[in-house]
Ligand binder design. Structure first.
Ligand SMILES: Cc1cc2nc3c(=O)[nH]c(=O)nc-3n(C[C@H](O)[C@H](O)[C@H](O)COP(=O)(O)OP(=O)(O)OC[C@H]3O[C@@H](n4cnc5c(N)ncnc54)[C@H](O)[C@@H]3O)c2cc1C
Length: 388
């Protein structure tokens, strides 16, 4: 990598400031109220879309801003640093990458410009299933070709933002596992128009945080054969291709959460006077905040390195995975330091810490749990035997 400065350009700093400014118009009460009702932040997502931020990674020729993953990450980071929840919309940035890299020219021309303007929303990504979990190749949802259609049957679990999307990217098995050479073969990716789809049922799940997450049921759902992305049977490798982007963007969510916790903790610890002095003057309060800040800064370096490699089309699997792990853990550490600094107030809804704490916790588990990131580093980076 030629550029190892890690300094943001003037344009990137201006982008961050503009996103933060927009986000600040959405008050803590806005997010708190939606969280209590488990409702989607429609107004916020529409405004982000109108401002072009959710189309940051779509190339100019398809109506987007043509920016890099580093800028995409900065946008998500600022949403979370401002107190909002980028989980409502972050997926659009990485899901559309599969269409961009592996879709036909006709699919790209049909969908990407409409996704860029917000005419179509692509926020849903259906991979996880009740019986396969992290072991994606064991998924049981099938899509069988009959004439000019595929017929889909099966279940998906924990699929987010389906009710807020027009399109969903779906991973399903098109060739039974006992008929393929490698278990990664025979899986295919579809871009499904889910509006009014017959036989498709969405059951919302009330989760720990406001994430619009659902169980999905497919009962002989017919989709046009033209929904297939790329070649039949190659879907697993297409999904893998998108994972580095996903890791870098989710790391950015966590960095924003961590920064929000630290800013909040520093402000409170500096003004809350107990035993005649600000509580932040005590090492027991100050040091966990300082330690969390160092962890966030270190994770930021790894996120930036991964993003720079990604934008330079260099391999970045280890860096993207490590960034996701480090940022999720650092945000969690920052969340704990923030709660501790606030004493009882850390648990009060009106301080928003408990909400952000729940939101930040997710990224230790999803989109990939941190154990599997360690397994990846142990096996693929350090060359140790496969642990599972
Ligand atoms: C709020 C929320 C939103 C989500 N949104 C989506 C979505 O939009 N689309 C989608 O496809 N999925 C989504 N997911 C699913 C998420 O990606 C999965 O929950 C995650 O990948 C783990 O799968 P699982 O829950 O089945 O856990 P399992 O795979 O059953 O694992 C359970 C635990 O066992 C551990 N474990 C499993 N195998 C190993 C191993 N080999 N070594 C060490 N530890 C191991 C893991 O650490 C994990 O914590 C979402 C999940 C949540 C909670």
């Amino acid at each position: 990598m030629s550029d190892m400065t890690f300094a943001l350009t003037d344009e990137q700093r201006a982008l961050k400031a503009a996103v933060y400014e927009l986000c600040k118009q959405y008050s803590p009460e806005y997010w708190r109220d939606l969280d209590a009702k488990r409702e989607y932040p429609d107004a916020f997502v529409n405004e982000l879309t109108k401002a072009g931020y959710l189309a940051a990674l779509i190339p100019h020729e398809y109506g987007g801003a043509g920016l890099g993953i580093i800028e995409g990450g900065l946008i998500l980071e600022e949403i979370n640093r401002s107190g909002g929840n980028a989980g409502a919309c972050h997926a659009q940035m990485y899901i559309m990458g599969t269409v961009l890299r592996h879709g036909s020219e006709a699919q790209k021309r049909e969908y990407l410009p409409k996704i860029a303007t917000g005419e179509l929303r692509l926020q849903a990504f259906g991979v996880t299933e009740p019986n396969s979990g992290s072991d994606t190749t064991k998924l049981q949802t099938t899509a069988l070709k009959t004439g000019d259609r595929y017929v889909v049957n099966g279940q998906k679990m924990f699929i987010s933002r389906v009710l807020q999307s027009d399109l969903m990217l779906l991973l399903a098995r098109t060739t039974p596992v006992d008929q393929v050479k490698r278990k990664t073969d025979g899986l295919s990716v579809f871009l499904v128009d889910i509006r009014g789809l017959k036989g498709f049922e969405v059951r919302p799940l009330r989760m720990m945080m406001n994430h619009s997450t659902n169980a999905l049921f497919f009962d002989n759902v017919e989709i046009p054969a033209s929904s297939l992305i790329g070649e039949e049977g190659k879907g697993f490798s297409y999904i893998l291709d998108g994972m580095n982007a996903e890791r870098i963007l989710v790391a950015s969510d966590s960095l924003g959460d961590g920064r929000w916790f630290i800013e909040k903790a520093v402000a409170y610890a500096s003004q809350r006077v107990i035993f005649g002095k600000p509580i932040g003057a005590n090492q027991g309060v100050q040091f966990p905040i300082a330690r969390a800040h160092m962890a966030i800064e270190a994770a930021d370096l790894m996120r930036t390195k991964a993003a720079k490699l990604f934008d330079a089309s260099q391999p970045c699997g280890p860096e993207a995975n490590m960034a996701k792990y480090l940022a999720a853990e650092a945000a969690w550490e920052a969340g704990n330091a923030c709660i501790d600094a606030h004493g009882g107030y850390g648990y009060a809804e009106e301080y928003d810490i408990e909400r952000k704490f729940r939101e930040a916790r997710l990224y230790k588990t999803a989109p990939i749990n941190n154990n599997l990131v360690m397994a990846y580093v142990g096996e693929h980076v350090l060359g140790m035997p496969r642990s599972y």
